[in-house]
Design a protein around this ligand. Sequence first.
Ligand SMILES: Cc1cc2nc3c(=O)[nH]c(=O)nc-3n(C[C@H](O)[C@H](O)[C@H](O)COP(=O)(O)OP(=O)(O)OC[C@H]3O[C@@H](n4cnc5c(N)ncnc54)[C@H](O)[C@@H]3O)c2cc1C
Length: 466
Amino acid sequence: MVDATRCLDTAPIWKQLADYVPDAPRLRGSAGADLVVVGAGLAGLTAAYYAVRERPELKITVLEAGRIGSGATGASTGIVGPGLKIPLASLRRRYGDTTARAAFGASQHGVNLLRELIRTEQIDCDAREEPHTLAALTPRQRERMAAHLMHLEQLGFGVEWLGPQDLVERAGPGYVAGFSYENVLLVDPYRLLLGLAGALRRRGVEIHEHSRVVDMQPARGGATKLYTASADITADRVLLAVDGYAQKLNPFPNSVVTIRAHVLATEPLNSEQRAALGWNGRGGIIDQRNYFNYYRMTADHRLVFGGGPVVVPTGDPVPDARTADAVQQRLRREIGERFPILKDVPVVARWTALAGSTEDRLPVVAPVPGRPGVLYAGAWCGHGLSLAVDSAWRFGRTVGGSAADSTLPWTRLRGLALPKPALEAGTRAYLRMLDLADRHDLRTGSPKSREDVSGRVAPAEEGLFS
Ligand SMILES: Cc1cc2nc3c(=O)[nH]c(=O)nc-3n(C[C@H](O)[C@H](O)[C@H](O)COP(=O)(O)OP(=O)(O)OC[C@H]3O[C@@H](n4cnc5c(N)ncnc54)[C@H](O)[C@@H]3O)c2cc1C
């Protein structure tokens, strides 16, 4: 195991703990398929899975630029729970209650689907039924949380506040209020992907690693030809499941902005350290600042701790080492502030990963303009582990012949329209402003509206990534 204090970036802890996996072959020559899925993260692999289950006779190929799990999924914290990034108040106001209910329901459906998939395919990924607790640090955060619970109740998804004792057991000391979602799975996200890849291969799906798609061109009969550096493949249908790693393949550069998130993992905690946490070590926890912390335990009792400022990367996809180090140092301090017994605990992994987000904090599932048969699904705004699976399932149904479902607010007919430089600059400014609001809230315990810090009013709970 690496001593992560000596390096700027290591592999995510899940990869460090996994067995060696041989490379899958590159795409070679000139090939053909009924469906090509670009990207071997959770969105791409589950889409291929539901497609092949619907139509086992189809030739389905997955192309991955790096290795399976080299995107956000394999670097995530593996908390698969319900929830949306957009505040429920905004969602209801903009789309009405029927759509809001369907959207939140889709996030629950994604959890149910993944549970079923893991069971059916007997995927060994340390899947555990444990709660996801949202915990408020200040009265201001409790206020926002109360509004959230009210909207949940009115939409028919009622959740109870936790009592003080339960709150400490579920999240640790120092919080003023909290509640838990119970329909939640904790997984080792990398082993989940490896298991999914195995299930796909058993069904005849081809997976090619080191096969970055660099270009797409229309081909005869409405098909699309995809090019890698040394090969090509022509398909009737294409799904771009590339999320924050899309680079030039992002068909909606004016809508989808890439953000970088940071995570640390400690060495295994001993029983004395665990007893001193207060928290019972079960479940996922997320606090309610804009720049929140989120944490969970691995099967061998390592604390996986993420959060801090998210960054709009400049040198995509290579992290800016200085910025990444600053955020990770901040996370290191925050581990000690949250759990004083862990102030000096060795950190054995520190990593960053990219994810797609949007200005309206809703994902994008949309046909790519001017490219018949090509669909994009991504920008999960931090909730991809359930939303991607639900979207993949819906995609599978269309492959099976059902009409595309347009009831969800992220099933879009076109991208959003902000010029890219304005989107990135605006996002950076907005992220700085969120951090200021957090600091003020923690210092004073009193609300400071976004208007105070930016001249622009934004509703609560609007951070780009939670
Ligand atoms: C640090 C971190 C923690 C997170 N924790 C959680 C969590 O606990 N719960 C939760 O719900 N969500 C979490 N998220 C968000 C979640 O991980 C993502 O929303 C989700 O994993 C995205 O899945 P995906 O398959 O769309 O993308 P990815 O997993 O990023 O996969 C995209 C794949 O596409 C490949 N690719 C890109 N371009 C090309 C190309 N041109 N050709 C071929 N392949 C290409 C990439 O190499 C990559 O493997 C977290 C995100 C981060 C960054």
